[in-house]
Write a protein that binds this ligand. Sequence first.
Ligand SMILES: [Mg+2]
Length: 332
Amino acid sequence: MSSVSRLFQQFDAVYFDLDGVLYRGLAAVSGAAETVSELVRGGCAVAYVTNNASRTPGEVAAHLDELGIPAEASEVVTSSQVAVQILCEHAPAGSRVFVVGGAGVEQALLDAGFIASRDPRDCVAVVQGFGPLVSWQDLAQASYLIQGGAIWIATNLDSTFPTQIGIAPGNGSFVAAVRNAVGREPDGVGGKPDRSMMDRAMAVVPAKAPLLVGDRYDTDVAAGISVGIPTMLVLSGVSAPADVWASKIRADYLGESVRDLITEYVGPQERSDGYSCGEAKAVYKVAESVVHATGGTRLERLRAADSLKWSLVEQVGVDSFAEGRISLDLGE
Ligand SMILES: [Mg+2]
């Protein structure tokens, strides 16, 4: 091999978010299998850290395997597992728990010694996660239990997630429906950005220099920041360049997809008049309140513009970008 520097070589483990990173719905993101296989061949450990609570770790690993992505159930951390871990602080093992969501929630409860019930009678707690068959009935029964004093743990609060067709409502939208009915917040939330999710990942696949790769700022990048590990935001899922621009938190690396882990890494450079990245250049036009990025690839323009944005934050405040007072022109 040449001496080309590839991003993953700086790390000894990569924790992958799944939806929008390695797959969208049932289909793999282009280059996902090649990328993970290359990492594993290069001696980099991998773990899969998903807020999607609907499936068991075994089912997730089997799906990844079908897509050509090498995965063991033991390398998969789901928000259902973490939600049940939190439930243990509120209710003794053996308690009867009402399940909202798919088999992932049910299995995690059984593994921890709870009685997982689809019948609300005598349940002292509710664990609410996503499942494609979650119905109004489930949400109503959960609401009645919570109003009657049951403990309420949500697996995660992602409001949306990407499928192969488009963006679909996520568990956070269903939790909001129950919140509207019961007038209070859940007693606990398992998924990213909560650090317990990352703590579990780091226990399962320990690393000295890990990287977290995700497609959302509010869950993935925030989770990485909560435990002090570097993050890469990829544009293959729910986030677009406009979300990068508006974000109040910073991802250490940007990629079009996970493939950018194994291709030659081109990083941004500070210049006297702005930032460059490969053939791209970003400059701030103060009079127009706009950052213009030109040349190179879209990713190079975005990396240059993002670095320029964060160099300006101290002077102008992060709200200038979040609220659109300084806009981004990527020349598209
Ligand atoms: Mg995702």
